[in-house]
Design a protein around this ligand. Structure first.
Ligand code: PMP
Length: 284
């Protein structure tokens, strides 16, 4: 089945899909995005992702490209036309096409692009069984990391540093030595006392949808957690480390920089939480 992209009202062959050179997403990174996981043909946390998209748009005073209900219909059509069973759908909204000038253009409709792709559940399961490694890097991003902006240069540099060092992810660290989040994931630890800890929501991190769903499922299962910042020191000495995101679900981390976590195998709590999250996805 050939890939289809949605671009401003049209369903086009993926390889021919393009936007104008004066799209503000292209010239200024003046846009926002979402990535929604599809499992068994169903979107996971569709409403949460759309809530966050609407929030990002409103924080940037950008007009939604269409009402929520028609947008959901386009998402379903993109998934259907691409025949996705397991994978992701990517949505991007920008402040439209206008002659290059910093202030917002007047009367210009937002641009909307969607793509979809398959993901291998087997590859992800293999990663989870083995555990992944992370490196720590300074967080050099702006002060509104809660907005899911397409302006991802610091995240790209962080991820590349991880890749160059043979790691899966980079955890970013603020000026006070506290872990903010991964370049495209949220960070969690199980500390030396067995407490499950993840950072609180603020302008310092993206409010991960996977993070929120896992917290909700944990609460329902009576699993205790602490919502607070943790330091690199706590991270390195943690009993267990794991990360969450729409494309990684709950993924155990077995090495931080040169420090092996626990016995170098995925921790039992991380695996239990991975299972809890997967059960939630399957039950949806
Ligand atoms: N933090 C950042 C910086 C991200 O890019 C992502 C992925 N969108 C996440 C956290 C995890 O968010 P989610 O669980 O919604 O995928």
């Amino acid at each position: 089945m050939s890939r289809i992209a949605y671009v401003n009202g049209q369903y086009l062959p993926h390889r021919d899909a393009s936007v104008h050179i004066e799209d503000r997403g292209y010239q200024f990174a003046d846009g926002v995005y979402e990535v929604v996981t599809i499992v068994g043909r169903k979107m996971i946390d569709e409403e949460g992702h759309l809530d966050r998209l609407w929030r990002s748009l409103s924080e940037l005073r950008m007009a939604p490209p269409m009402k929520r209900q028609p947008l959901k219909m386009v998402m379903r059509e993109v998934i259907r036309q691409n025949g996705i069973n397991n994978g992701i759908i990517y949505l991007q909204v920008t402040r439209g096409v206008a002659p290059r000038d910093h202030p917002f253009p007047k009367g210009v409709p937002s641009s909307l692009v969607m793509t979809a792709k398959r993901l291998s559940m087997e590859k992800l399961a293999a990663k989870a069984e083995a555990g992944v490694s992370v490196v720590t890097v300074p967080d050099i991003r702006w002060a509104r990391r809660d907005i899911k902006s397409v302006s991802l240069l610091p995240n790209i540099l962080a991820k590349q540093e991880a890749k160059d060092k043979g790691a899966y992810e980079a955890f970013q660290v603020d000026e006070d030595g506290m872990v903010t989040e991964g370049s495209s994931t949220n960070a969690w630890i199980v500390n030396t006392e067995g407490k499950i800890i993840t950072r609180d929501i603020s302008h310092s991190i993206l409010a991960g949808i996977t993070r929120a769903s896992l917290l909700r499922e944990m609460k329902a299962a009576g699993i205790e957690m602490e919502i607070r910042s943790f330091s690199v020191e706590e991270l390195r000495n943690a009993r267990e480390v794991f990360l969450t995101s729409s494309t990684s679900y709950v993924l155990p981390v077995t090495k931080v920089d040169d420090k092996v976590i626990g016995n170098g195998r995925p921790g039992s709590i991380s695996l239990k939480l991975r299972k809890l999250y997967q059960d939630f996805m399957i039950a949806k």
